[in-house]
Structures are given as C-alpha cells and as structure tokens.
Design a protein around this ligand. Structure first.
Ligand SMILES: Cc1cc2nc3c(=O)[nH]c(=O)nc-3n(C[C@H](O)[C@H](O)[C@H](O)COP(=O)(O)OP(=O)(O)OC[C@H]3O[C@@H](n4cnc5c(N)ncnc54)[C@H](O)[C@@H]3O)c2cc1C
Length: 421
C-alpha cells in the first residue's frame, strides 16, 4: 500500500438508495466516507419509501400496517434480509433516514404505523410507508373527495390526466382532467420542466393558465415537476398562486422525485464529510487485513483511495452489481459467491406473470447476521466488508414493495455494526 492515496474510514461502493443511505448514516456519525458510483435506480424510482406492502407475493396480499406485514414475513421467510433486522431496527432506520431527508430540505411524511396511499401515473393507488411531503395532499383527496383538478401537459409523454381521473373515478369522482401547454417551448422532459418551475415568473404563468378553471376547486394535482433543487418553495408558491392545495403524482422514469433525492444528498455530502465520486465506478479493490485499496474511475483518469471499512451497495442487474453469464450469475466487484438457482433453466417461471415471481429475482449475496457477505465456506468474506440493499439474496423487492426500505434499513444496520467495532 502506498501512503500517498487518500485514506477514509469507509468506502461505499454504489450510489443508489442503499449507498447514499449508508454514506449519510456514517457521515452523520463523523466517519470520513468516500462514495463512488453512477446513476442508480433512484433516477428511475418514484422516490417513494416502501417498507413492505405485499406478503405473501403468491397471494398478492396488500397490508395496511407494514410492521404487521414485517412480522408475518419474518415468521414465514426467515431467509429474507428483513429477518436479520427485526421491526425495531427497521422502524429506527426509517425514522433516522426521514429526519435526515428533512434536514436536506426533502421532508417525507406518512402515518405512524400504516401504509399511506399514493396515486400512480396509471391512476392506480399504491401503498407505501413514507411519501414526499408534496404528494401527501393526494391521500387526503382520496379520503375526502374534494373538487379538484388533475393537470397534464401537451407533449409530456407517459402522463395522462384523463387516464388518471378515469381510473380513479370510483374513488375520487370530483377529480377533473385539465390539459395545458407548458409555458416554455421545446420538448418536454420532467427534469427540465422541474428546473423551469424554479423560476417564479414561470410559476405565475402556469397559475395564470389555470385561473379560469379554479372556481370551487380545493386541490390541484400536477405531475411531479414542481422543482428539483428547492421543491418546498415551488410547492408553497404554487399553493399561494392557485389558492388551492397542491399535490404531485409521480411521472414515468426518469423521475424528478428520485433526482431530488440524489441532488439533495450530493449537496449535503461535503458537510457530512462524504466525498462523492460521481459517475465513477470502482474498478479494482485490493484487500488486506487492515485496508481496502480501490481504484476508482477509468484507466485514463483513475483515483486510488483506501479505507478501513467497505460497504458493497452495487444493486442487482440494473445497477450492475450482479452480472448474468451463461454459466451463472456473478458479483462484479469482489467476485463474491452469489446464491442462485442451480441451473439457468430454473431462473424463470414459465409463466411471465407468475404470482410467485421468478427465482432469479431472489438471487444475490448471502450475508451473516452483521451483513457481511459470505465466502464459499459460509464465513464472512472479510471482517470489515458489508453488503446492503438490493444485492442481497432472498428478497424480491419489486413484488414485495420493499425496495427503498430494504436499502435504508440494511444500510443502517451495517453502519451501526461498523460503529460498534
Ligand atoms: C422504475 C423503478 C421504480 C421504483 N420505485 C420504487 C418505489 O416506488 N418505492 C421504493 O421503495 N423503491 C422503488 N424502487 C426501488 C428502489 O429504487 C431500489 O430498491 C433501490 O434503489 C435499490 O437500491 P440499491 O442502492 O440497492 O441499488 P441501485 O439503485 O441499483 O444502485 C446500485 C449502485 O451501484 C453502482 N455500482 C454498480 N457497480 C459499481 C462499481 N463497480 N463501482 C461503483 N458503483 C457501482 C451503480 O452505479 C448504482 O449507483 C424502484 C426502482 C425502479 C427501477
């Protein structure tokens, strides 16, 4: 090991929800952290924080109380990563994470012990645990049915107010679609629209376009385009200009709500002692008893860092933490053993929409009770290496609706273990 490379307490590999959460938990505790990764699923995610909504997946049973669902899951499926945590740790991790998000200017809200209801792009209602504060009015709308407008924009693909209101009609008959032309010319992408609405004059123009439609209206819904860097100000100003409560509905990916999380994290990182190496991948890690030394970036522009602890948060196939080869699934950074079906033919159920899901979706890294990935002998691969988030074996986050919750709670548990060392 050379002494010229920068030294850190913790190297976080991966900058999706799990990596960001791990870095933030560690940074808040005063650890020096370096985090590397490129865009994770959070750019595509709706930004909702699911804890657990569905169990068992084969029955598609949707739970009102995520903690009751968690108890049932842990009892039925002791191999699920949530079983290593227990309710109290999950509860604590969410509370701390939401406190952090609030400090970053991204308040999330929800019920104490109940999943909230949010409207999706399709007009269906999804159950989730914590929602961005700017979506919260929709929950009241679904309950109280006030007269309301649902806005969409000519040229914004994948978001139709007519479809949303039609699908929601049995639950919210007083929600009426309105189509507007966005106040600025050019092709419409949610992130560009969100940036445009950070300018007060554009908000005033938009509100003016709705003025004729507002009589008797208590609420106005928009696609999630109300600002990226400062959504609080945009939301508040739109409510003032419209004289109505405003709510957002997630758009198709790329999602502004996911981008907001990323932007807020990156803005806060230096203050938390976190060095973010954005759009850079860890190419090679050498481990010895005391250090992890990692080469980050491309061969032409490479940085070497070393750290006493490492957290692997590289996600699954989409994030590129797992790679499917003809001979099987491999883990891409350390070459750790991946728990997977014995044979490729067993990866998928014959029925694409099988209620049980597909075995390949539960493939991943098996960890010990401290979230250290196991080697082929079933022992921790390294004393100070952890694995968190969707790369873990034994879960099917998309069907169980537990994606962000699993990322946050396992990141919290790994950092807590590290701090205890
Ligand atoms: C379309 C969509 C909608 C979703 N909606 C929701 C939702 O509504 N609610 C919810 O709770 N969850 C949702 N999720 C899921 C949630 O976003 C994921 O569960 C969560 O992002 C998993 O996070 P992760 O950090 O484990 O993995 P990922 O987000 O995949 O992140 C993996 C990271 O590892 C990095 N990486 C990989 N290899 C390397 C390397 N060699 N070096 C450095 N970095 C590397 C990648 O660049 C990436 O940054 C959604 C996901 C998608 C795709």
């Amino acid at each position: 090991m050379t002494s010229s490379v920068d030294a850190y307490d913790l190297l976080v590999i991966g900058s999706g929800m799990a990596g960001m959460a791990a870095a933030a938990f560690a940074g808040r505790k005063g650890l020096r952290v370096v985090l590397a990764g490129s865009s994770g699923q959070s750019h595509f995610s709706s930004g909702l924080l699911d804890l657990l909504a569905v169990h068992p997946v084969a029955e598609g049973k949707v739970w009102d109380d995520p903690f009751q669902a968690l108890e049932a899951l842990i009892s039925d499926d002791p191999d699920h990563p949530y079983a290593l945590l227990g309710s109290e740790t999950v509860r604590r991790s969410f509370a701390l994470f939401c406190d952090m998000l609030k400090d970053l200017g991204l308040p999330y809200t929800g019920h104490a012990d109940r999943n909230a209801s949010v409207i999706t792009t399709l007009g269906t209602v999804k159950r989730t645990f914590r929602v961005p504060a700017w979506m919260w009015n929709a929950e009241r709308g679904l309950r109280d049915n006030p007269a309301a407008l649902m806005v969409d924009f000519t040229g914004l693909k994948g978001f139709s107010a007519a479809r949303i209101t039609q699908t929601l009609a049995p639950r919210w008959p007083n929600l009426t679609p309105v189509r507007l032309s966005f106040p600025l010319p050019g092709p419409l992408y949610p992130e560009h629209m969100a940036a445009a609405l950070e300018v007060g004059a554009h908000r005033a123009t938009l509100a003016g376009m709705l003025a004729r439609r507002l009589r008797g209206v208590e609420m106005v819904g928009f696609p999630a385009i109300l600002g990226i860097a400062d959504p609080g100000t945009v939301h508040e100003d739109m409510e003032r200009l419209l004289g109505a409560r405003v709510f957002e509905v997630p758009t198709m990916p790329p999602s502004v709500t996911g981008l907001r999380l990323k932007a807020a994290f990156e803005a806060a990182a230096p203050g938390l002692g976190i060095r973010v190496m954005n759009q850079k991948l860890v190419r090679n890690v050498v481990r010895d008893k005391d250090w992890f030394q990692a080469d980050i970036g491309t061969r032409e522009s490479e940085t070497s860092v070393r750290a006493r602890f490492a957290i692997l948060a590289t996600g699954r196939f989409f994030g590129k933490g797992l790679l499917a080869r003809r001979t099987g699934v491999v883990e891409t950074v350390f070459g750790l053993p991946v728990e997977q079906p014995g044979d490729r033919t067993a990866w998928h159920d014959e029925a694409f929409l099988s209620g049980n899901g597909h075995a390949i979706n539960r493939a991943g890294l098996r960890v010990d009770s401290r979230f250290r990935p196991l080697n082929n002998d079933g022992l921790p691969a390294h004393e100070r290496l952890y694995a968190v988030g969707s790369i873990l074996a034994g879960q099917d986050w998309a069907r169980q609706k537990c994606g962000s919750g699993l990322a946050v709670a396992t990141a919290y548990a790994a950092v807590r273990d590290m701090l205890a060392q």
